[in-house]
Structures are given as C-alpha cells and as structure tokens.
Design a protein around this ligand. Structure first.
Ligand SMILES: *Cc1c(COP(=O)(O)O)cnc(C)c1O
Length: 401
C-alpha cells in the first residue's frame, strides 16, 4: 500500500469504517512511555490511555517481551484445553482482587453479559424459576451489547434499541432510599460501578456502597461491581471497592487488565461460583486465549510488584490539587470529581472545543458526556507530566471560554 498523508488516511477511513464515532482528526502511529505520535511524527502527551486502558504506558519492555514470547509459542487453543497463561492469569487476578472464580472474556461488555447471566442462573438455581429482576443505576455505563446496554442508565444509548433484556429497574446512584424502593422478592442483583466513569466520574459514597452490601446480605441478592474502568489500580487501590471495606459477590474487570490486548473477566466468590454457571451454561471461542492471558498475567505481576496503585494514588493527589487550582481560575468550571487517576472537570458548556484546542497543542484529552473533561492517564504518569498537562489545559480553556 502506498503511504498516504494524514488527511488522505482520514478521508479513506470515513469511506470504509462505519461512522459510529466522531473521531478526532489525527492518525496515531506509535507510543512511547506516556506519549503518542501521529503518522507525521507529532508528539502528544496522553491523558486518556486508550480510555483507561494503557496503565503501564506504551512500549513497556517487560510487557512487550511477554507478548512476543507468547506469539512464538501459541496464540489460541480454545477453551476445551488448559493453557498455562490462562491458569497463571486466573491465579494472579484472584490474588489481586480477592475473588475466587474467574471467567475470561474478550471485552468489558462481555464481562457484563457474564455477570448478568451469573445473576440470572443464581436466581434460577435458588428459586427454580426465571423472572428475577436486576437493579441498575441511572447515569451508569456498562457497555454496548444488548445485555450490557439494558443495565446502562443512559436513555440516549438505549432509545433506538429497545426493548432490552427486560426486568431491569433503575435507581439513583448514591441514593440508598431509591434502591430500597425497588427491592422486592424478585430482585436477584444490584449492579453498579464503584466509581461511575462515562456517567460523570462520580465515586460511590461510603454510606451508599455499604448500604447496598447490607441489602444484598439481608436478601441474598448479588452485589455486582463493575470495575472495568475504575479497577486495576486506577483509584489508588488494586480495586476501588477495597477503599470502602466492602466486597462484591461478582466483579467485572477489563480495560487495564490487558493493557491493550482485548481481555476482560467476570469474577465471583466461591459461593456464587458453586450456585450459578456450570458446564454448558456459558462459553467463548477467544476468551482466555494464551496471548491475551500472557498479557494479563504480566500486567498483574507488574502492578503488584511495582505497587502501581500507590503511585497512582500519589500522582492522583497531585493531579487533584492542580485541577482544583484550574477550577478556581475559570468560572466556566462547575465541579471537580473523581478518585485517584480518574478525575473529571464539569464545565457549564460542551467541552469539545477545549479538547480540540488541547489536541492541537499536543495534549490528548477525552470527554465524559458532553460537558466533562475526563483525566485517565497511564498510571505511570509523573508529576512533571501533570504540570505539562495543566499548562496546556489552561491555554486551551482560555481560548474557548
Ligand atoms: C468501558 C466500560 C465498559 C465496556 O467495556 P468494553 O470493553 O468497551 O465493552 C463497561 N463498563 C465500564 C464501567 C466501562 O468503563
């Protein structure tokens, strides 16, 4: 293929790819540390990390070598046989999360599908019938497949695709009374993000999370925590729930689990494992393949060994102080939310113009909803990178408010 200019590649992409994204007008080529480069060689400081994915930064030699070695051995075998990377990744994820049973998927949405099926099967096993209900949260985001969409509390994403899977009710996040009102004898699960990502970078309050745990214990309801975005060190703990001293019955993981290769997981306690999915109930061709599991095993090894969550917590506190300063400087910023290296600034207007200005100045940022700028950098980001980002951010805001 002849080499095209950046604009020619973009024009070609717009003819061939289904237009489900309004993409930023750059073609990315490679990454190094916390920087990305477009095909013209322009450098960008990356405060998105592929949406909370590339936690260890780009070009991590240990990670790359683990993948290269696995490619030369075997990439795929199917789940009808055991493979060492999957066995090692499962053990590592159990240890890191405190959960007992692991099912590897290819994406976050697929992990949510598995969690929903786990809950429904748990109810079926217990009660012998199938009309159970799941309580989900307004402003939640759990993915784009039909099941995950059905528990996503944003009508804008769901509208054109109704009806969903049914028997889903929505409560208000951080409003325990609104959850209690929906609980009845049919309720089998309550699903929520420990820190809402897409829906606005809102952490669960301690009262809310503990309250949900109590309801679930009292009524034999499964507490499903979606930590696809906020897990894997991002909030300064291996998983965000650990800060609260509560434990879920089912936990979903993805994004940073593979740091770029497509892998997710739904995990559960032994009790749930023994009373839900059995042989024949669920499967995947690619899920748990040796290549992706070699990546996940290495990511988990590095995260634990190098105590990446502590680093994220420390840099997260620094980022918090700096973004507070920015908020005080501009009236257009209404609120500062988040936890660890997962933060957001809520503006009184759409933020796309600010993000585009920042991009021109070599800083990659992303929105969450129309009016929030989301900050989810690689977890290995340094304080000096935060300073650089803040400098560009202030310029970009000044030009647009
Ligand atoms: C990204 C995300 C998902 C969906 O993951 P995909 O890999 O895009 O399917 C689900 N839940 C949360 C909280 C997410 O941030």
């Amino acid at each position: 293929m002849t080499e095209l200019t950046m604009q020619e590649y973009i024009d070609q992409a717009e003819k061939d790819l289904l237009h489900t994204y309004n993409r930023y007008q750059i073609v990315l080529d490679k990454g190094e540390g916390v920087h990305l480069y477009d095909i013209e060689g322009k450098e960008y400081l990356d405060f998105v990390a592929g949406i909370s994915v590339f936690a260890l930064g780009y070009g991590n030699k240990e990670y790359n070598d683990a993948l290269k070695n696995q490619i030369d051995k075997v990439i795929h075998t199917s789940n009808y046989y055991y493979n060492v990377p999957a066995i090692e990744a499962a053990r590592a994820l159990k240890k890191y999360s405190g959960m007992d049973r692991v099912f590897f998927t290819n994406s976050g949405a697929e992990a949510i599908e598995g969690a929903i099926k786990t809950a429904r099967k748990y109810g079926y096993t217990r009660d012998g019938h199938t009309d159970h209900e799941i309580i989900a949260m307004n402003h939640s985001f759990h993915g784009r497949t039909m099941g995950a969409l059905s528990v996503t509390g944003n009508p804008h994403y769901r509208e054109a695709f109704e009806p969903g899977i049914g028997n889903i009710k929505f409560a208000d996040y951080n409003d325990l009374e609104s959850v209690k009102k929906l609980v009845n004898d049919k309720t089998i699960a309550i699903i929520l993000e420990t820190v809402q990502g897409e829906g606005g970078l809102t952490p669960a309050s301690e009262e809310f999370l503990k309250g949900i745990r109590e309801i679930c214990d009292e009524k034999d309801i499964l507490m499903i925590l979606d930590e696809i975005q906020c897990g894997m060190g991002r909030t300064g703990y291996p998983f965000a729930f650990m800060k609260y001293g509560v434990k879920p019955d089912v936990l979903t993981v993805a994004k940073a689990l593979g740091c770029g290769v497509p892998i997710g997981a739904f995990t559960m306690t032994e009790k749930v494992g023994q009373a839900s999915l059995v042989a024949g109930d669920h499967g995947t061709t690619y899920g748990g393949n040796p290549l992706c599991c070699a990546a996940a095993a290495k990511v988990l090894e590095i995260m634990e060994r190098d105590d990446i969550p502590s680093k994220a917590r420390e840099t997260g506190e620094y980022l918090w102080a700096k973004l507070d300063e920015v908020m005080n400087e501009f009236d257009a910023i209404k609120e500062h939310r988040g936890s660890g290296l997962m933060q957001g600034l809520l503006f009184d207007r759409p933020v796309s113009a600010i993000i585009n200005s920042a991009l021109k100045k070599g800083l990659i940022l992303i929105n969450a909803g129309a009016d929030i700028i989301r900050f989810v950098p690689p977890l290995v980001i340094e304080k000096s990178d935060v300073d650089t980002m803040i400098g560009i951010l202030k310029e970009a805001i000044s030009e647009n408010v």
